[in-house]
Design a protein around this ligand. Structure first.
Ligand SMILES: Cc1cc2nc3c(=O)[nH]c(=O)nc-3n(C[C@H](O)[C@H](O)[C@H](O)COP(=O)(O)OP(=O)(O)OC[C@H]3O[C@@H](n4cnc5c(N)ncnc54)[C@H](O)[C@@H]3O)c2cc1C
Length: 381
C-alpha cells in the first residue's frame, strides 16, 4: 500500500530496496552482536547520497522530499535498525538543524561535509537528568572573548564517538524561564575540551554509536552559534516534529521485516503435519501485523507529506511515531512467537527486530511524550 507515490518516489524506493538488500543486510546480525559501527556500510550509502537525502543539490545532497526520506529509512530499517537510526539522526537532526536555522555561510560550510559523509553529524539535546524534560538542561554556554565557552555533559548522543560535527544545545541565559534561553552550537570534533565518552552498551540498535559527550571549557567563535540566541529549544521542537517521522519510518521498516520473516517461516515450518500458516491462530497474528503495518505506513506518509508541504505536522508526526513504534514492537513480539524457540535464538534476526523496535518507543520522545503532544493538540483544537 502506498500514499500517492510519484513515479520518481517509487523508483527511488525500489532502488533503495535493492541497495539495502545488497549493502545493508549482509553482516547486520554480526555487527549487532559485536556492537560494531557499520563504517563500511555508511561509506557505501554516503556514495549513494543517503547522508544528505533532503539537503539541496547545491549543497551536495539529493534534494529530495521528506516522503522520499521516509521511504529510504523504511527500506534501510527493513534490513538493519542500527543503520536506519544512524541515517535518521544524521539526516533529520544534524542536517535538519542546519537546514532549518543555519545561515547561508554555515550551510555552505557544513552541509556538503555532512551530505558527502566526510563528517557524520550528531545532535546533543539530552542530558543525564533532562530527557523528556529536555529544557531543564544544565549545559551552559557563556560569552567569552569573540564567542562562547561551553561546559556540561550530554547523554545518549547518537554518533557520539564517530561524529565529525556536533550540534549541541546549551543554556545561554541562566535566568530565562525555560524553554527560553537555550541556544544551539556547532562544534567540530577535536575542538579542545570536547570529549566523547566510550560507546554505551545497549539493548538494541547495538551497531549504532551512542555515547556521552563531555564539554569542558570548549571555546567556539560567534559564528558557531546556530540559529538565534535563546531560541534553540523552539528550533529543537520543530526538528523533533520532523525527526519523529524518520523514527516512525524506521519502525515501519522493522514491522515489515517482522511480517515478511514471519510469513516465510509460517509457510515453511511444519507442525502437526502442516505448515504453521494453516493454523488460524497464526493467520490472525499475521492479519494483525499486516493491518497495523499499513496503518503505520499511512500515518508516516501523511506526516511526511505535510512536512514536505511546509505545513505544521507536530500532531501528525507524534501520531505516526506513537502508532508505528508500538505496532513495530507488537509485530516483533508476534514474529518471535511464530518462530517459537528458534525466534529466541540470536542466529535468526527476529530477536534483533524486537530489540531494535523498542528504541523507536523511546528515542526522539517516548510514547508517553507523544501521547502528551497529541492530547494537547486534540484538547486545543
Ligand atoms: C539509543 C538512543 C539514542 C538516542 N539518541 C539521542 C540523540 O542523538 N540525541 C539526544 O539528544 N538524545 C538522544 N536519545 C535520548 C532520548 O531522546 C531520551 O532517552 C528520551 O527522550 C527519554 O528521556 P530519558 O531517557 O531521560 O527518560 P525520562 O525522561 O527520565 O523518562 C523515563 C520514563 O518516564 C516517562 N515520563 C517522563 N515524563 C513524563 C510525563 N510528564 N508524563 C508521563 N510519563 C513521563 C517517560 O515516558 C519514560 O517512560 C537517545 C536515546 C537512546 C536510548
Amino acid at each position: 500500500m502506498t500514499f500517492d507515490l510519484t513515479p520518481e518516489q517509487l523508483g527511488f524506493r525500489d532502488r533503495l530496496r535493492r541497495l539495502a538488500a545488497d549493502v545493508v543486510a549482509p553482516g547486520a546480525g554480526q555487527r549487532d552482536q559485536e556492537q560494531r559501527f557499520p563504517t563500511e556500510v555508511i561509506t557505501r550509502l554516503a556514495g549513494e547520497g543517503l547522508l544528505g537525502v533532503t539537503v539541496p543539490v547545491a549543497c551536495g545532497g539529493l534534494g529530495l522530499d521528506p516522503l522520499s526520506f521516509a521511504l529510504a529509512i523504511e527500506e534501510v530499517a527493513r534490513q538493519d535498525g542500527s543503520v536506519a537510526l544512524i541515517l535518521a539522526s544524521h539526516n533529520s537532526l544534524a542536517c535538519g538543524h542546519l537546514l532549518l536555522a543555519g545561515t547561508p555561510e554555515q550551510q555552505r560550510r557544513w552541509l556538503p561535509e555532512l551530505a558527502s559523509g566526510r563528517r557524520l553529524g550528531a545532535w546533543a539535546l539530552a542530558e543525564a537528568e533532562s530527557g523528556s524534560d529536555a529544557a531543564a538542561m544544565k549545559t551552559q554556554a557563556e560569552r567569552a572573548t569573540g564567542g562562547w565557552r561551553l561546559n556540561g555533559v550530554k547523554m545518549f548522543v547518537t554518533q557520539g564517538t564517530t561524529a565529525g560535527l556536533y550540534i549541541v544545545l546549551a543554556r545561554t541565559a541562566a535566568e530565562a524561564k525555560k524553554p527560553h534561553g537555550i541556544s544551539a552550537f556547532l562544534l567540530e570534533a577535536g575542538t579542545p575540551g570536547l570529549q566523547p565518552g566510550r560507546p554505551l552498551s545497549k539493548f538494541g540498535c547495538r551497531a549504532s554509536d551512542t555515547a556521552t559527550l563531555v564539554l569542558r571549557d570548549v571555546v567556539v567563535p560567534e559564528e558557531n552559534l546556530l540559529g538565534r540566541e535563546g531560541e534553540g529549544f523552539f528550533a529543537a521542537k520543530q526538528l523533533l516534529d520532523h525527526g519523529r517521522i524518520g523514527i516512525a519510518a524506521m519502525a515501519v521498516g522493522l514491522a515489515r521485516a517482522c511480517l515478511e520473516d514471519a510469513v516465510g517461516y509460517a509457510g515453511k515450518r511444519q507442525q502437526f503435519g502442516q505448515p504453521l500458516g494453516k493454523f488460524q491462530a497464526i493467520q490472525w497474528m499475521l492479519a494483525d501485523m499486516g493491518t497495523e503495518l499499513e496503518a503505520a505506513r499511512l500515518l508516516v506518509h501523511r506526516a511526511a507529506v505535510l512536512q514536505g508541504a511546509g505545513r505544521p505536522c507536530s500532531r501528525e508526526s507524534a501520531m505516526a511515531k506513537l502508532f508505528a513504534s508500538e505496532a513495530a514492537s507488537r509485530a516483533a513480539n508476534k514474529a518471535l512467537q511464530i518462530h517459537g524457540g528458534y525466534g529466541y535464538l540470536s542466529s535468526l534476526p527476529v530477536e534483533r527486530y524486537l530489540r531494535d523496535a523498542k528504541l523507536c518507543e523511546i528515542g526522539e520522545g517516548t510514547s508517553e511524550i507523544q501521547r502528551m503532544v497529541i492530547a494537547k493538540s486534540i484538547l486545543n483544537s
